[in-house]
Design a protein around this ligand. Structure first.
Ligand code: ADP
Ligand code: GLC
Length: 481
């Protein structure tokens, strides 16, 4: 099949969260199964300058994109990291030559709508010029939300066939790409789409709504989240729109890239290990403690947490349990960046509990691998979690997840109290008390060495590899085409 992915992140070129890991694993996996795969990404500075790409990428095409009553220029750069896989960058320095993809570190960029309207239109223009008649055009999250609409309108206008089917995947419905309706004319889409049956969401235009409403099929990243987003509690106001598409909605669980996330081979770790031989994990633990200023021989439980610092990740549930943490024999190593207010709160928390807590406020890929490997438990007190990858990484790294009963966490972690024979982690409610219960259960488990080791061993034997997930996507594409 000829498959086009449209996304704003792809590991290893640009990453702010799990979306990058998913696109970075799914696209090559499809290519290796013999499909022709094209991935379109914005030409972010980080990609254009990515060290592994060798010499600077040459421009291969000039773009001239209609944006309302004016035209904007841009260009295209491309490379092929492996056979059957082509990556196209839609470039315009004014829009994408920036340090971070969506925010200036504090606030969303004010021109995000211009940036992603331009991006989607650029993708369509390149598809048209290259006659990339796709079987499936698969857009990810709000940055690609306008793709189905723009694509079909372009096809009608020019009498072309650009895509057999369009798919929109919701990785996180809480981010919607809202923009002022007065800028809608920049899309050059028909005015009637400004209404409630179009892209309108409480007076604004919503790119996420556009994707959900107008793609041929809608998917999300776990079966449980597919159910959750039908309800007001989890849909950030879009439950009505999702409900309308329920017949065309499916939840497919993400996989993990076992070439990148494998404790036996991970080059970022100081030691290597497997379920059969855990020796290297001890070294990883000692090094992690040392790196963060603690006694490498500390005998209590070591908790790790790596996440975007946003409300979603339940950072405030951790902060609300300061007293419990202070009274427990434990260390806590947190790596997280994002919301500046939460960063500040975490910094203060870590300085008050400096004997126990280490906090690093940055995006640290190497650090995240070392936490996964070196900790005894991985904390994920998410309020909601469409899929979540860290709970899977931690299981295969022999680090027991302590997570919440939401979204994809339910689909990928078996609570040891619910099922002592097969349990792989701890699940509790996403509340202050739920956090405390999970934390205390973990401490208790840490004291029961035999049970701990059995749970750890089961986690390490879980198969979260992309093979199953890719097969599911492949079957899905075949069905819809
Ligand atoms: P989300 O996509 O909501 O952020 P996921 O669990 O799906 O959550 O994926 C998060 C990914 O981003 C993981 O690979 C995680 O290790 C990584 N990550 C998040 N924050 C950081 C950070 N500060 N440094 C390094 N990696 C991070
Ligand atoms: C989103 C979600 C996360 C999911 C990731 C990849 O960022 O918050 O739960 O794992 O996308 O699909």
């Amino acid at each position: 099949m000829n498959i086009v992915h449209v996304a704003s992140e792809m590991f290893p070129y640009i990453k702010t969260g799990g979306l990058a890991d998913v696109v970075g694993a799914l696209a090559p996996a499809l290519a290796r199964r013999g499909h022709q795969v094209s991935v379109f990404l914005p030409g972010y500075r980080a990609i254009v300058e990515h060290s592994n790409l060798g010499s600077p990428l040459e421009r291969t095409q000039r773009l001239r994109i209609e944006m309302g009553d004016m035209f904007m220029t841009g260009d295209v750069r491309e490379f092929s990291p492996e056979p059957n896989l082509k990556i196209y960058l839609i470039c315009r320095e004014e829009f994408f030559d920036r340090k971070l993809p969506y925010t200036n570190g504090e606030r969303d960029y004010e021109d995000n709508h211009h940036r992603f309207i331009f991006f989607c239109k650029g993708v369509i223009e390149v598809m048209r010029r290259l006659e990339l008649e796709a079987d499936v055009v698969h857009g990810h999250d709000w940055p690609a939300g306008l793709m189905p609409l723009l694509l079909r309108v372009e096809e009608q206008r020019r009498g072309l066939n650009l895509a057999m089917r369009t798919v929109h995947t919701i990785h996180n419905i809480a981010f919607q790409g809202l923009f002022p309706m007065k800028s809608f004319y920049r899309t050059n889409l028909p005015d009637e789409l400004q209404g409630i049956d179009g892209v309108e969401f409480y007076g604004q235009a919503s790119m996420m709504k556009a994707g959900i409403q107008f793609a041929d099929r809608v998917t999300t990243v776990s079966p449980n989240y597919a159910q959750e987003i039908l309800t007001p509690e989890y849909s950030s106001g879009l439950e009505g729109v999702v409900q309308q598409r329920v017949e065309d909605l499916s939840g497919m669980i993400n996989g993990i890239d076992t070439e990148v996330w494998n404790p036996a081979t991970d080059p970022m770790l100081p030691g290597h290990y497997s379920a059969e031989n855990l020796g290297g994990k001890k070294l990883c633990r000692a090094e992690l403690l040392k790196e963060h200023g603690f006694d490498p021989l500390f005998s209590g439980a070591v908790f790790g947490m790596v996440c975007r610092l946003t409300e979603q990740k339940g950072v405030h549930l951790l902060l609300a349990n300061e007293e419990l943490i202070e009274q427990s024999k434990c260390k806590l190593i947190v790596i997280g960046a994002g919301d500046t207010r939460l960063e500040e709160q975490m910094r203060n928390f870590a300085s008050r509990l400096s004997k126990q807590v280490s906090f690093t406020a940055k995006l640290d890929e190497v650090g995240s691998h070392r936490v996964e490997a070196g900790a005894d438990f991985f904390l994920m007190p998410s309020l909601f979690e469409p899929c979540g990858l860290n709970q899977m990484y931690s299981q295969v790294y022999g680090t027991i997840p302590v997570a919440t009963r939401v979204g994809g966490l339910i689909d990928t972690v078996i609570d040891i109290a619910d099922d002592p024979e097969n349990g792989t982690g701890i699940l509790e409610e996403p509340t202050k008390d739920g956090f405390a219960r999970g934390f205390e259960r973990a401490l208790k488990l840490y004291g029961q060495r035999k049970v701990y080791t059995a749970v750890q061993g089961r986690g390490m034997k879980q198969d979260f590899g992309w093979e199953q997930a890719v097969e599911a996507y492949e079957t899905f594409y075949e069905e819809i085409v």
